[in-house]
Ligand binder design. Structure first.
Ligand code: NAP
Length: 263
């Protein structure tokens, strides 16, 4: 569908990929509502790009409902916000586990449910769920993140079928490691095994392509990562044995340590 002139709700607008999305969606002619927890950062985006802001914590259920009510005229939802949710499950408290599930999985599902209803009534709309290549391939010390992104993938692909014929499309955009800005770049770590990275701008392009072309799944990652994740998705036991032999513990530890404060 056409983004120009559409009302677009973007979650995670204050983050690395979110910032690129704000610029790209505005350039496409979207009437943007941006949301996140940090009011000052949101205000900066609003001032720079003329977006409307709604402060909301996606781990708070009443905030998610309030956000959807304030954007009931949204033609496009880009559910981009997430927590890194890295580290071993045994290092997580119950509260941290709930927050990861709420922000990464429950909030996008609930926003989709609440905003798809008016979209269906209008016979027009699009939902973009920003997942990750971690929704296709499991890796060490990412059990929670993998769980939310695998879950989001199943949700997106099934919801797309449920809404077929209503005029409302659903797309899943799955980035690989993103450089320059965002939750991975902020760790300062190298990618495991030197896997190549993509830019926030490429992810934003993927989102625009998904909406315009009603694409089912857009993987924004270099060829080697798309191939490895496809193999790992089909043959998880094989992928586990390959990963066990690879020397990735150093970079994994650096990523987990850097993201620990965001649980
Ligand atoms: N960066 C990567 O390498 C990479 C790779 C694959 C997939 N992804 C996916 O891309 C998306 C964006 O990631 P990013 O790298 O841009 O992350 P980021 O820079 O860490 O930004 C995360 C965003 O989520 C928002 N957020 C976090 N907790 C929230 C909460 N409780 N309530 C409301 N908003 C919340 C943050 O806003 P506030 O802090 O203002 O609340 C921020 O805008 C995520 O879905 C991520 O899983 C990223």
């Amino acid at each position: 569908m056409d983004i120009s002139g559409s009302n677009v709700l973007l979650t995670g607008a204050t983050g690395g990929i979110g910032s690129a999305l704000v610029g790209r969606l505005t350039a496409e002619g979207a009437r943007l509502t941006v949301t996140g927890r940090r009011e000052e950062a949101l205000k900066a985006a609003a001032d720079a790009w003329g977006a409307r802001t709604v402060v909301a914590d996606l781990a708070v259920r009443s905030d998610v409902v309030r956000l959807s009510e304030s954007c009931s005229d949204a033609d496009v939802l880009v559910a981009n916000a997430a927590l890194p949710a890295s580290g071993d499950l045994l290092d997580y408290t119950e509260e941290q586990l709930d927050r990861a599930l709420d922000v990464n999985l429950r909030a996008p599902m609930q926003l989709s449910r609440l905003l798809a209803a008016p979209m269906v009534a209008r016979g027009r709309g699009h939902i973009v769920l920003v997942g990750s290549i971690s929704g296709k391939a499991a890796t060490k010390s990412t059990s929670l993140y993998n769980a939310t992104k695998f879950g989001l993938r199943g949700f997106a692909l099934a919801l797309r079928q449920e809404l077929r014929g209503t005029g409302v499309g659903v797309s899943l955009v799955q980035p690989g490691f993103v450089r320059d800005a965002g939750m991975f770049a902020a760790t300062g770590a190298d990618t495991p095994n030197g896997i190549r990275t993509v830019t926030p701008g490429q992810v934003a392009d993927g989102v625009v392509r998904a909406v315009r072309g009603d694409r089912c799944e857009v993987n924004v990652a270099p060829l080697e990562l798309r191939l490895l994740s496809a193999i790992a998705g089909q043959f998880p036991g094989f992928a586990e044995r390959v990963q066990a032999r690879a020397d990735v513990d150093g970079s994994v530890r650096q990523i987990v340590d850097a993201q620990r404060s965001q649980r």
